[in-house]
Design a protein. Structure first.
Length: 202
C-alpha cells in the first residue's frame, strides 16, 4: 500500500524503494482512484494546460472583474521595468496575479489548492518552465509532488481560509509550490520535504 499521512511517510518510502517523491505520490493515486497512471497523467497535463490558459487570459483581458476590485494589474506588472526582481521572479509574480484575475472574472476556475490561493503554484511553475526551458514531464512531476504535499495538509489540518485563515490557503499553496520547485530543479525527496517545511513555516 502506498498510502501516506505525512511528508515524512513519502520521503521514507522514496528512500527505501529508490524512487522519486513524485513516483510515490503517483502510485498512491493509482491505488486510491483505481485509475491507470496514463489517465492520471492525462488529467495532470490538462490541468497544466488550464494553468497556461488562465495566465494568458489574465494578462490579455485588462477589463475589471465584476466586483471592480481587480483587472489589468498582471499586465502592468509584466510591462513595468523591474529594478530589484529577477526576470523569473517578476514573471512568476505577474503570472500568479494573472491567474487570480482570470478567476475573479469567472474564467476557468483554478483551485490550487483553493481559489483564494489559485495563482501561486501556476505562476511559479509556468514561469520556471519558460525561463529555465524545462520539459512538460518535469512540470508534471512537480505537479505530482505538489499534490502529495497538498494531500498531507488536507489530511492533517485544513486548506479552508474560513477555518484556518490565510496560512491555510496561501501557506499550503506556497508549501506545495516549494516542493514542486525543488523537484523541478532536480532535488531528492528529502530536499523536497525540507523545502515544503521551510515554506510553510515562513
Amino acid at each position: 500500500m502506498y498510502t501516506y499521512e505525512t511528508v515524512e511517510d513519502i520521503v521514507k518510502r522514496s528512500e527505501a524503494e529508490d524512487v522519486s517523491f513524485a513516483e510515490v505520490v503517483l502510485r498512491a493515486e493509482e491505488e486510491y482512484t483505481d485509475m491507470p497512471r496514463q489517465e492520471i497523467m492525462k488529467m495532470i497535463k490538462e490541468r497544466i494546460r488550464i494553468f497556461r490558459d488562465s495566465i494568458q487570459y489574465g494578462l490579455k483581458d485588462k477589463a475589471f472583474s465584476p466586483s471592480g476590485m481587480c483587472g489589468g494589474q498582471s499586465a502592468t506588472l509584466m510591462e513595468y521595468p523591474s529594478f530589484l526582481l529577477s526576470p523569473l521572479t517578476k514573471k512568476a509574480m505577474a503570472y500568479a496575479v494573472a491567474v487570480s484575475e482570470a478567476n475573479a472574472k469567472m474564467h476557468t476556475i483554478v483551485a490550487c489548492p483553493t481559489a483564494g490561493s489559485c495563482g501561486i503554484m501556476p505562476g511559479c511553475m509556468i514561469a520556471m518552465e519558460e525561463e529555465l526551458q524545462l520539459t512538460e514531464s518535469v512540470l508534471m512531476e512537480g505537479f505530482l509532488v505538489a499534490s502529495g504535499i497538498g494531500n498531507v495538509v488536507m489530511a492533517n489540518a485544513c486548506i479552508a481560509g474560513a477555518v484556518g485563515g490565510c496560512q491555510a490557503e496561501c501557506g499550503t499553496a506556497v508549501a506545495m509550490t516549494a516542493g514542486a520547485i525543488v523537484s523541478m530543479l532536480g532535488g531528492n525527496a528529502r530536499q523536497i520535504g525540507n523545502g515544503a517545511a521551510l515554506a510553510l513555516k515562513n
